[in-house]
Design a protein around this ligand. Structure first.
Ligand SMILES: NC(=O)c1ccc[n+]([C@@H]2O[C@H](COP(=O)([O-])OP(=O)(O)OC[C@H]3O[C@@H](n4cnc5c(N)ncnc54)[C@H](OP(=O)(O)O)[C@@H]3O)[C@@H](O)[C@H]2O)c1
Length: 301
């Protein structure tokens, strides 16, 4: 018998929320039962309604009111709102996938520590730059006993970056740096972001520079290729565009992500890299919903 789809809700119907809705529509495990925003006239809520989904402009209050209809919420609002959303949904035993760069929730990069998903009730997906770089910096960190410095520069096309993202750019930097430090154990991490106004829009890309005591190019290439292949299994447009080592010990790796063109054209790989991770997390909960690994008593209450 076909299993019942896992019922989910989206909070925040901007660039991320709308692209996510289109990806949920393709999932055989997930069913979106509610899209919540705060302005019924917004493009995202009107689009969701047109696609046939129930919508509300009542924000978190409406989700709490209808909480019996879903198991999991994707928070695609902004970092300033997430803590309050979590405070309201946590006691209702809802699962949360946090797409805002808030240091709330257990940090997951699916190809690196996806095995930890079921142990947590709130999953933080860090940031788009974090999702693109963490699999690579984690793989590279296993090659070097110490890494004094990592710099990660993310470039996203301006039209793919909504107001919510722009409002939480400081949190983007802090959370991305904190996550890269945690996964790589580098002594110092710098994250930078460039919202490019270029026309035609620039494809989403991330450049990683890492200082080491001396790097062997073939070992670096092998580590990068293996890590990228794992991400490619759920983000089809993820590909390495440069992988170099220098006599100084510097390692340089660049990655580009072409999106599937769901909500925005393929240049907006920033939406795909984090939303593909969100789908992996939700589907993991969906297929394990009766697993002994996810008893209600072990949820983070
Ligand atoms: N765009 C990216 O590349 C990207 C990638 C990864 C992660 N993120 C993160 O995802 C989040 C959303 O980014 P975005 O680019 O999608 O921004 P966005 O287009 O501005 O979308 C945010 C949406 O959330 C709504 N919203 C904000 N606070 C709300 C609240 N308290 N209750 C209900 N709805 C609320 C906004 O409504 P209004 O229209 O009324 O303001 C807007 O529709 C940000 O935290 C961002 O850092 C973005």
């Amino acid at each position: 018998m076909k299993p019942q789809p896992f019922k989910v809700a989206i909070l925040g119907a901007g660039c991320i929320g709308t692209d996510l809705l289109m990806k949920i529509q393709r999932s055989i495990h997930l069913e979106c039962v509610l899209v919540a925003g705060r302005n019924q006239a917004s493009c995202g809520l009107r689009k969701a309604l047109k696609m046939g989904y129930p919508t509300t402009d009542g924000g978190i209050a409406a989700l709490v009111d209808k909480s019996h209809t879903f198991d999991l919420v994707f928070d695609a609002t902004d970092a300033h709102s997430h803590q309050e959303h979590w405070n309201q949904l946590k006691p209702l035993r809802k699962l949360m996938v946090n797409l805002t760069p808030t240091q709330v929730g257990h940090m997951i990069a699916p190809s690196v520590n996806g095995n930890e998903i079921l142990e947590h009730q709130n999953i933080s997906l860090i940031s788009c730059g974090g999702q693109a770089s963490i699999p690579l910096v984690t793989a590279l960190s296993s090659l070097f006993p110490s890494i004094p410095y990592i710099e990660v520069v993310t470039t996203a096309a301006s039209p793919s970056v909504g107001r919510g993202t722009r409002l939480n750019l400081d949190e983007y930097i802090e959370t991305t740096e904190m996550a890269i430090s945690a996964f790589s154990r580098a002594s110092q991490v710098k994250a930078l972001v460039n919202l490019s106004p270029a026309k035609p829009p620039t494809t989403f890309r991330v450049a990683i520079s890492m200082m080491t005591d001396g790097a062997d190019l073939s070992a670096v290439k092998a580590a990068v290729t293996e890590a990228a292949a794992q991400v490619l299994s759920f983000v089809p447009g993820y590909h390495i565009t440069a992988c170099k080592t220098f006599e100084s010990g510097q390692v340089f790796v660049a990655v580009e992500v072409k999106g599937r063109g769901d909500y925005l054209p393929p240049y907006a790989g920033n939406l795909d890299i984090i939303n593909a991770a969100a789908i992996v997390v939700a589907e993991r909960y969906a297929v394990n919903r009766t697993s002994p690994l996810m008893p209600t008593s072990e949820l983070e209450l």
